[in-house]
Write a protein that binds this ligand. Structure first.
Ligand code: HEM
Length: 501
């Protein structure tokens, strides 16, 4: 009985606090005068009306409210930007005004461990972003050891996929884990200058924690951004995410300790960061002074690139089994240009325009990062005639730009030819530039070139070596689930080795 009374009292106090918090926030968060948008439900607004694939619902809403509209999500008003014109007007033409990040609880929390991506635009961000850009550059300009690492990781995947359990005349498996491990290894090489054996305990652990972190942070993980009074109910989920992030940070910290004492990993991103940190006393304004600063940057790069690159490869295999006629044309081009005697290399890329066009069309059509990380305005601003005050959270719908009917003919059709020149001999640069799968403006993905390079080489080697088919009785579809980004609903594939001729 005593316990019940205490519980009721605690519940009463929690409710009172919740309403005070909500009321206080509601006072600070008002609708933007004159900007259209749905009214939403009491208390939650449109929070639960966005569905499992919010980018689609947000694009649908733009038919009613236009390309710039406001939404109330719980106690928070946000502005949604759709379509290529409105995205360019904000992220390109007013790039600094739109470069901030909102102080959402989930972002503040994650940014303790992960740098750059959730940090707002300030001198520290600018400094660290410059360092990231320059330390990734050596991996994408000119011949690098990266090519050898990607080739060996791709060959491992081919061997694993063609050796999994039998399914009729070929081997069947869900390729996701093999791709995840391969991309993990390439990422560790770039960041730490180190490759791991697939059985390495530390490597296996960090892959496992990264996966668990993604599973925990997705779904309802950030509901507290819009309903702050839910913080109490979500504390367990947050504690789990904190555990996983601490473990990933510990792994990164161990790489730094190992590097400092053994001086290996020369040429890795970590190597550049440690050099800058060691010089920090002599460098004015250096924003990389402590081991924690270095860890935050490395954790950011580890998290930001890994999942996206793996999911793109997963999509590539799925599109190939759903479009065998396109797979056939890629096989034909690779065999004709490269021959069966050797593996494709990066220097073949310009001579493999169809293969490249298929990759670009998968990146556009899958648009696996459909919504950017939320932005925030750094000053009062105007966007296509609407006034937006400073500190307004902005959702940018990249999906809507990649499916904008004013830019792409029949955008829902999977059609690699849209990226080819009229004579079919090259990829049209103007079409690739039109795609906004890697964002735009100040926050544009710094790993774009690295991702493009890896994806092309992995894909070309897979297609040179393998024939992908769906398993008998399976009916894989191009349906996606939202994780941190989109990824296909898990599927199985029959992988046949293509042999020497
Ligand atoms: C297919 C692969 C990839 C895709 C589709 C992708 C997509 C994106 C997108 C759309 C953004 C912009 C988010 C925004 O506007 O807020 C972004 C940001 C970012 N990406 Fe990538 N990315 C990929 C691979 C990589 C790789 C390989 C790395 C690094 C090794 C990387 C590092 C980052 C970082 C650090 C940011 C944050 C930038 C900032 O906030 O200033 N990404 N990525």
């Amino acid at each position: 009985m005593e316990g019940t009374v205490t519980s009721v009292l605690l519940a009463g106090i929690a409710t009172l606090l919740a309403y005070l918090f909500l009321f206080r926030n509601a006072e600070r968060r008002r609708p933007l005068p004159g900007m259209p948008g749905p009214r939403g439900w009491p208390v939650v607004g449109s929070l639960f009306s966005l569905g499992e694939l919010p980018h689609l619902r947000l694009m649908e809403m733009s038919c009613t409210y236009g390309n710039v509209y406001q939404l109330r999500l719980g106690s928070q008003y946000v502005v949604v930007v759709n379509g290529i014109r409105a995205i360019k007007e904000s992220l390109l033409k007013q790039s600094v005004r739109f470069a901030g990040r909102p102080a959402f609880p989930s972002m503040n929390f994650t940014s303790k461990y992960v740098g750059i991506v959730f940090d707002t635009y300030d001198d520290m961000w600018k400094y660290q972003r410059k360092i990231i850009d320059s330390s990734l550059k050596p991996f994408t300009s000119g011949p690098t050891a990266l090519e050898e690492v990607v080739t060996s990781a791709a060959v491992d995947v081919v061997n694993n996929l063609t050796n999994h359990g039998n399914c009729g005349n070929g081997k069947q498996s869900d390729p996701y884990d093999d791709l995840y491990t391969a991309v993990g290894n390439v990422t560790c090489f770039v960041l730490f200058g180190k490759r791991y054996s697939h059985d390495d305990d530390n490597f296996k652990k960090v892959l496992y924690y990264s996966k668990r972190f993604v599973a925990a942070i997705t779904g309802k993980g950030n509901i507290v951004d819009y309903l702050p009074w839910m913080t109490f109910a979500m504390r367990k989920a947050f504690a789990k995410v904190a555990d996983d992030l601490s473990l990933i940070t510990r792994f990164v910290g161990e790489q730094i300790n190992h590097h400092s004492s053994h001086r290996d990993g020369i040429g890795s991103v970590m190597d550049s960061l440690i050099r800058i940190r060691n010089d920090s006393e002599r460098t004015e304004g250096c924003a990389l002074k402590t081991k924690t600063d270095v860890e935050r940057v490395l954790c950011c790069l580890f998290g930001a690139g890994y999942e996206n690159t793996t999911s793109t490869l997963y999509y590539l295999i799925l599109y190939m089994i759903i479009h065998p006629e396109i797979q056939y044309k890629v096989h034909e081009e690779i065999d004709r240009v490269v021959s069966r005697d050797r593996l494709p290399t990066l220097s073949d890329r310009a001579k493999l325009p169809y293969t490249d066009a298929v990759l670009q069309e998968v990146i556009r059509h899958a648009s696996l990062a459909p919504l950017t990380v939320p932005y925030s305005t750094l000053k009062d601003t105007d966007l296509l005639g609407y006034k937006i005050p400073k500190d307004t959270p902005i959702f940018v719908n990249l999906w809507s730009a990649n499916y904008d009917e004013n830019e792409w003919e029949d955008p829902h059709r999977f059609n690699p030819d849209r990226f080819l020149s009229a004579d079919g001999l090259s990829v049209k640069k103007s079409q690739v530039a039109k795609m906004v799968a890697f964002g735009m403006g100040k926050r544009r993905c710094p790993g774009e070139q690295l991702a493009q390079l890896q994806l092309f080489l992995f894909f070309a080697i897979f297609m040179h070596q393998c024939h992908f088919e769906k398993c008998e009785g399976d009916n894989p579809q191009l349906t996606s689930v939202y994780g941190l980004t989109l990824r296909p609903v898990p599927f199985r594939v029959v992988t046949k080795h293509r042999g020497p001729d």
